[in-house]
Ligand binder design. Structure first.
Ligand code: SAM
Length: 305
């Protein structure tokens, strides 16, 4: 940190909190990920609007913060924001937190921010942990361009349609606009979601699954959609919070169409991406496609010759 920045931080830490709405990021697992500024804002606000007051009570208790809390969640967002805006209009200082990470990112927060802005109230972001960006920066996938799509639809049909739309958009974007796609998914739906990724994008699609970020059992599974599906199917259970990332389309898949990734591209993808032998890659692709090993081998030989 440059000395100007250090001085600025010291100055702002000494000043009383200005009136306004503070959207405060909280840890997504590891309590050390709260920032000094977030703690100061939570301590100095008049009230903290929480997605779940019991959840936030644990965080506040850990840091000895006694600011009063009020619930602010999906089901009372409309009614509660009116009340909070009243307080903000007369110079109140309100902090908004979600259960974890950034408010407004797959969590309540955006509505009150928009209303406060419309009412001429100052809105301050207090940055910190976020699952999507944490997953992206350590995924190994390109991070220059990315799209965050929130949770995948929970119903199978809608999820499939969503993924088909995603693929069409990625194809339409062209190579120079290729972007990594980030979605949130739940442990009980991840296998179904990956099956759909395999059938829409092909088994060779590059994916990363980031589990339990910042927690004791943090894990990154990097490879192809087919490989990851096989890995999860081989586990007795899949648990924890997770982020799924889809890498930009490989040239082979853009050239060959939705669900029409060639067997050769898939096999090569597994050999290059996961270091599988030719035999193992062929076995995996045959299983994912529901074809016999010998058929897969014949197609592979034909394409190679
Ligand atoms: N506001 C949060 C943020 O900034 O990331 C997201 C809240 S959303 C309701 C919860 C979802 O975020 C989880 O189902 C999971 O997909 C993802 N998530 C949250 N914490 C995570 C973690 N520690 N590791 C992996 N994914 C996480």
């Amino acid at each position: 940190m440059g000395s100007d920045l250090a001085e600025e931080s010291l100055r702002s830490a000494e000043k009383p909190l200005a009136p306004g709405l503070y959207l405060v990021a909280t840890p997504i697992g590891n309590l050390e990920d709260i920032t000094l500024r977030a703690l100061r804002v939570l301590r100095s606000a008049d009230r903290i609007a929480c997605e779940d007051t019991r959840q936030t009570a644990k965080l506040l208790g850990h840091f000895g913060i006694k600011t009063p809390t009020v619930s602010y969640h999906m089901h009372n967002e409309g009614a509660r924001s009116g009340e909070l805006l009243e307080a903000l209009r007369v110079g109140g200082k309100i902090a908004v937190v979600s259960d974890a990470g950034m408010p407004g990112i797959a969590d309540p927060g955006a509505m009150i921010a928009a209303e406060a802005i419309a009412a001429g109230v100052a809105v301050y972001p207090i940055p910190g942990a976020n699952a999507a960006l944490s997953a992206l920066i350590a995924s190994g996938l390109p991070s220059e361009r990315f799209a965050f799509c929130g949770f995948l639809p929970s119903k199978e049909g809608a999820r499939r349609t969503f993924l088909e739309g995603l693929l069409a958009g990625m194809r339409g974007a062209g190579a120079e606009d290729a972007a990594t796609q980030i979605v949130y998914e739940t442990p009980h739906r991840i296998v179904g979601a990956l099956e759909d990724v395999v059938s829409v994008f092909g088994a060779a699609q590059r994916v990363v699954l980031a589990r339990e970020l910042t927690k004791l059992h943090e894990e990154f599974l990097r490879g192809t959609a087919g490989g990851l599906l096989a890995e999860l199917n081989a586990r007795p259970s899949v648990r924890g919070e997770m982020v799924l990332l889809l890498g930009p389309l490989a040239e082979a898949s853009t050239a060959e169409g939705a669900g029409g990734v060639s067997l050769v591209a898939e096999v090569r993808g597994l050999m290059a991406g996961e270091g599988l032998s030719e035999k193992d890659a062929l076995k995996r692709v045959a299983k994912a496609r529901g074809i016999g090993k010998s058929d897969a081998y014949r197609e592979w030989q034909r394409a190679k010759s």
